[in-house]
Design a protein around this ligand. Structure first.
Ligand code: FES
Ligand code: FES
Length: 401
């Protein structure tokens, strides 16, 4: 056994420890700071990353005895840190965590990126972050959150962080990168009665107001359909918002004016079921025969939010045939975000575009009795879901769709 003293989040912990005890166990078992997570336990996943003298290290492959006399900061110790005060709300805004298991390590690495690489572009952020694995959220939101903080702290926008960067540069290669100390808040195990947090704990640093309407991460899906009618006629039809909505499976209008609509879109696909209520505005470019529908909505059940643009452009193939190119760019935030990037969902939306095209052709059919009402398109989740899966299976075995 070796006697060591390690300062964890501002409190000195003295213990006799086995020479092979790693820092993560020391922090969790002796320091009672259980926010440090262990994933792989051999230095690969980055979940256990903590700051030792301000530098990120993997606590699963760092011996506790090697940290004798060092300052260790874990996720519980960031309250007074100005970088973390920006990273925390940015992670929430960009849905940069789901189960949160990787998040303590991600935050430690993110702080290091913000301080050492103020000019980092997306590629650099991804490179620096490549030692931290996230098994469920994916990296789009995490990268967007870090870039958001980099944008907020560019130049002299944030004097405290500019000073920290300066100090980091000045002591590069030296032992200590400064981090503001927060009060030590120990985990209180039910059976030990550990001391509570000091009465003079400082209040957490104030969080900046969330940005509104900003979305750096979106998913783009493109598709097209062809209808056997002249472009002028199709363009005229596409200006009729109630008629257009009736062609979109699962969509229902509740209000509309010339170029604004309110309504809901129901989605059901496998485990995903949602009903987004929202509003949208149509902007048309008559000369180019193109338009964009900008909308946003919320699923009340899952509290997921969606916003996006549906852009379309008419291409005259012949005097009696028009192709409609559709470009959908959307972002999902909240629990449903996990579905937004899957290939299956992209296929699903592709099929929706095809269904929409067929319904447009049906509604424009001159053989339809004048004034005859067609029911709004319904979402047949079973047949749509099956057709998507079937096309995937065919692709898997090398057969054309
Ligand atoms: S638990 Fe330390 S790197 Fe995975
Ligand atoms: S949020 Fe679950 S592992 Fe990253």
């Amino acid at each position: 056994m070796t006697s060591i003293a390690v300062e964890i989040n501002g409190r000195e912990i003295r213990r006799d420890v086995p020479a092979r005890m790693h820092l993560a166990d020391f922090v969790r078992e002796e320091g009672r700071q259980t926010g440090t997570h262990l994933g792989c336990e051999h230095g690969v996943c980055g979940a256990c990353t903590v700051l030792v003298d301000g530098q990120p290290v993997r606590s699963c492959i760092t011996f506790a005895v090697a940290c004798d006399g060092a300052q260790v900061t874990t996720v519980e110790g960031y309250d007074a840190d100005p970088v973390m005060a920006l990273l925390r709300p940015a992670f929430s805004r960009h849905h940069a965590l789901q189960c949160g298991y990787c998040t303590p390590g991600m935050l430690a690495t993110a702080r290091d990126i913000v301080l050492r690489f103020p000019q980092a572009d997306e590629q650099k952020v991804r490179l620096e972050l490549s030692g931290n694995l996230c098994r469920c959220t994916g990296y789009v939101g995490i990268v967007a959150a870090i870039r958001d903080v980099l944008a907020q702290t560019s130049g002299d926008a944030h004097p405290q962080i500019a000073a920290l960067r300066e100090a980091t540069r000045a002591i590069r290669g030296a032992a200590v990168i400064p981090i503001a100390k927060a009060a030590f808040t120990p985990f209180e195990a039910a059976d030990t009665g550990n001391a509570a947090a000091p009465a003079d704990s400082p209040a957490p640093a104030a969080e900046p107001a969330a940005e509104t309407g900003a979305t750096a991460n979106g998913t783009r899906i493109t598709g097209n359909f062809t209808v056997p009618y002249p472009a002028d006629q199709v363009w005229q039809f596409m200006a009729d918002l109630p008629a257009v909505a009736a062609c979109l499976p699962g969509a229902e209008l509740t209000e509309h004016s010339d170029n604004r609509v309110k309504g809901r879109v129901a989605i059901k696909f496998g485990p995903m079921s949602a009903s987004f209520n929202g509003a949208a505005r149509l902007e048309r470019d008559e000369a180019a025969r193109s338009a964009v529908l900008k909308g946003a909505g919320q699923d009340t059940l899952s509290q997921s939010r969606a916003n996006g643009d549906v852009a379309y452009r008419l291409v005259e193939l012949s005097p009696a045939s028009t192709r409609v190119d559709v470009d959908l760019l959307y972002a999902l935030q909240g629990p449903l975000a996990q579905f937004s990037r899957s290939g299956l969902v992209k296929d699903f939306v592709g099929r929706l575009i095809q269904e929409f095209g067929k319904n447009v052709a049906r509604r424009m059919d001159p053989a339809r009795a004048p004034g005859a009402q067609l029911p709004p398109a319904r979402l047949n989740a079973m047949s749509l879901g099956w057709s998507v899966l079937w096309s995937r299976i065919r692709r898997l075995f090398g057969r054309a769709d």
